[in-house]
Design a protein around this ligand. Sequence first.
Ligand SMILES: NC(=O)c1ccc[n+]([C@@H]2O[C@H](COP(=O)([O-])OP(=O)(O)OC[C@H]3O[C@@H](n4cnc5c(N)ncnc54)[C@H](O)[C@@H]3O)[C@@H](O)[C@H]2O)c1
Ligand SMILES: O=C/C=C/C=C(\O)C(=O)O
Length: 492
Amino acid sequence: MSTSSAPPRPQLRHFINGEFIAGGKTFRNISPVNGEHIADIAEADAATVDAAVKAAQSAMRGPWGRTTMSERAAALHRIADGIQARFDEFVAAEVADTGRPVHQARTLDVARGIANFRTFADLARSANTDLFQSESADGLGALNYTVRKPLGVVGIISPWNLPLLLLTWKIAPALACGNAVVAKPSEESPSSATLLAEVIRDAGLPPGAFNLVHGFGGGSAGEFLTRHPGIDAVTFTGESRTGATIMKAVADDMKEVSFELGGKNAAVVFADADFDAAVAGVMRSSFTNSGQVCLCSERVYVERPIFERFVAAMKEKTQALKVGYPAEDNVDMGPLISHGHRDKVLSYYRLAEQEGATVVAGGGVPHFGDERDRGAYVQPTIWTGLPDDARCVTEEIFGPVCHIAPFESEDEAVRRINDSQYGLACALWTSDLKRAHRVAPQIEAGLVWVNTWYLRDLRTPFGGVKQSGLGREGGRYSLDFYSEITNICIKL
Ligand SMILES: NC(=O)c1ccc[n+]([C@@H]2O[C@H](COP(=O)([O-])OP(=O)(O)OC[C@H]3O[C@@H](n4cnc5c(N)ncnc54)[C@H](O)[C@@H]3O)[C@@H](O)[C@H]2O)c1
Ligand SMILES: O=C/C=C/C=C(\O)C(=O)O
């Protein structure tokens, strides 16, 4: 087809002070399904980011800064309504950028985008603050109570793996708490964020309450945002080393930070577990979203008596996974986010063999014989036989791969699970309730699931320890992070 007849590629623009504006430079959005150039994205320079921050500051001094909690809660519900009304467009945006299965975009990504706004609208409206009846030397006592006030202008930087889910996970509480926002989505996943800006505009938020800038990280929009003196707090989700870079960038201004970072999560399967449930659960926690979820299990420890049987069961199911187009019936896995990320994952596939792994399943690139061979697909992969200090067992790969190792005792399993620079999540499979309650608190992680994985209650604290994060978000933890809290003491 001649290019002259090709439909024009969309231009994804910034959203600043209630209007979409194009930037000077642009960069390409490439489909991970077939490598095609599907859109052009404006790249924000320092002046564009400055305009976004100034618009946010102005909003805080204007109508948005004077809204009541009820008005903000109603606004968040209007945003949720707007996403619902354009549900299929959001699904198409997520799928275009990431190549994920359509059913996942529907049931996880967009559904959670709506849930995030509704949850924090309701939580913020019903949230209590502290009050203490205090004693005093004269015996008349005092009252101590706290009030939550907006932080001011919050910089939000999000990753590409669950684009809408993770962006709205931060935007919703930030707006609920009365802040103005400047958000910078990943350069790999700009589409749903741009659509969200339309929905927020149409929901009637005052200009400047929400602003969106596109671009990259260091030396681009991300760094311009974190270093901007008008930013009062930064909430970031992404790689641990990026978190460290951002922490340095904001240190001189002592900005508040909330970091959701990398992981090298473990699944541990005891011999007493429900075998079929554990196999199904570890398949989910290893290969969901092509392994591109920070909570995925790249380390699997299986108690010796069931190790061989468990590996065989995982091999059979992994080789049966359907890898293909996003809209294919019963597709289990799409491509990775980009050719660059695929090169990183394939470098670990090669490294594993150099480190002595047995490749139980996968280990390479699927061959389709069509345009998908120009995409960023890899095979879902299982390894055994690596030592605990192998790089493939210690470093985050962020792809559809897991290493399965046997263990002899509960104490050994806990020691090996905790022997990691990361501490985000763990999935524990056992039928022994006492063991679950005994082992779970010993795991050095922010999140432990027992006989399930990635079951989410948005009121609970979410975050990691060690290199996996700083702080918690979720429920009142988000309300506390996105607020300044003042304690007031009244002498009676
Ligand atoms: N803990 C969690 O909840 C969680 C959730 C999702 C992803 N992650 C992690 O995110 C990583 C994958 O996402 P990614 O590749 O987009 O991460 P990344 O760190 O490369 O980029 C994340 C975001 O940060 C921006 N950025 C990069 N360098 C920056 C800088 N110097 N200053 C300001 N912004 C900068 C990027 O443009 C992007 O928007 C994985 O490590 C994964 O574990 C963690
Ligand atoms: O890839 C990481 C997933 C993070 C998920 C959440 O933050 C969530 O479910 O709220």
